[in-house]
Every structure is written in C-alpha cells, then in structure tokens.
Write a protein that binds this ligand. Sequence first.
Ligand code: SIN
Length: 278
Amino acid sequence: MMEFDPLTSRIGCEVRGIELSGSVPPDAVAEIRKALVEHKVLFFRDQHHLTAGEHVAFGRLFGELEIHPFIGANRDHPELIVLNRSPGTESVRSLSPYGEDFWHSDVSWRAEPSFGSILRAKQLPPVGGDTLWADMEAAFHGLSPELQNAVRPLRAIHDFDKAFGAGVTADRKAAMAQKYPPVEHPVVRTHPDTGAPILYVNEPFTSRIVGMDIRESDALLNLLYRQASKPEYQCRLSWRPGTVALWDNRSTQHYACNDIGDGTRIMERVTIVGDRPY
Ligand code: SIN
C-alpha cells in the first residue's frame, strides 16, 4: 500500500511503498495521478532498480511522451532527455542564455505544453544540486484581488527562440520556427482537473503580453515571474541516489539550483504530452 507524506501544506509529497516501473498496475497509476494533482510534485526515494527503459515505460503509463527538439537525449531512448552539468560537457546553459536555474514550466512554447515530467538522478555531485518547485496556483492567489482581476483576461506569447534560438544555426532555427511557431497562452490558465486558476508565464519561454506596450509588458511579466521565487509557495528536494520526482507541469514551475561547484550532476527526464492551456 502506498503511503503519502506531504512536505508542506501546499506543495510536495513523498510517496512510499511503490516500486516504479512500466508494470505499475492501473489502480496505482490512478492513485499516483490523484496525489499528483493534489500535491503538485511527488518524490519517490530508493528507486535503484529503475533503468532508463523502465523510466520511459513508467512515463508512458501517464500518456504519450515528448521528444525534445533542442536538448540531447539518451542514445537508446529518444524520449529521455539528458540534463548534464559537469565540467567540459554541453549543459543546457551552453545552448541557451537560460538554463534549468531559471524558474520555468517545461516546454510552455509548445501549443500543447507538457502535462508532467519525471526526473531521475543518474549521477549526483557530492554537495548541492537540489531542485525547487513553486506552486503557481498559490502564486496566483497571492496576488491582490485587483491584480488577479487585471491579469486574468490577458494572453501572452511563448516562444522557444528566447531560450534556444541562440544555440542553433539559422537554418535549424527557421525549420524549428515552422514546426513550433510562437504560441499564445492565457496568463492565468485553468487546471483541467481541478478548475483552479494558475499563473502561467515563465521567464525563459514567455516573450510578451499580447496587445500591451513592450515596456508595460516587460514590467508586468517581471513582477509575475518573481512570484515563483516566494519561499512560501515552494518545496525543495535534496536528491539522493535512486530518487525520482514526478511533477504536474501545469500547476508548478521548477528551478535546479546551480551550486555544485566542480561536481557532476546527470539527470534524465521524460516529459508527458499535455493539453492546450485554456
Ligand atoms: C528541469 O528543468 O527539468 C530539470 C530540473 C533539474 O535538473 O533538477
């Protein structure tokens, strides 16, 4: 039987009593999904047996998996992106002015951004390298009622170019822009399972608010981006070998703390396809 141990009153929960794999039965998957919507990010410790193949198979239990067009993947599993921060390797930061150490919601530049992501620690540094998540439903509710009313009807453009445009050739950028043109999403999306309003703009992928003067748009977006950094909305995970995190990418943002010095940190992630935000 699974046991659920919340980390805070808002976000984060450790789940015990389950061995993750592609063979987790449907009733357990349904229980995990329910807990995910409630706690927004779930942590599973000591999943030492979870191979890359089983990681992918476990992800598929929640839906179709994305292939990331910019971040390199595991050689045998294209759905498994590799986030490698070690001296001399090509980290996301070497491809982009923004790395995982910026608050973000995965692939919000897609018309149908991801439902959730599953991250597994492959190699951890001696110290540092925690990941933080922010509850963007709480962030919305933390705004004054006046600002909530002002931002609710707004829409914003999300575009891969801001984060990944500088790291690719002009030809590839043009091809990617055809495949992934800038998309418009509501600034406040509705969670499809709970109906809750969620603040849905993030610094690496949101470029501007539709119809607003760029100076007003930048000022408002900067204020909204800053909401994720409020400690009261957050939980923080210190990774150990065998730890796996599963998060609801619709209601959270996350931040990988870049404090590992010369250490090596290698993570693998599958990303589950989601719905069009409304
Ligand atoms: C990510 O941004 O998906 C990766 C987070 C991490 O490496 O902790």
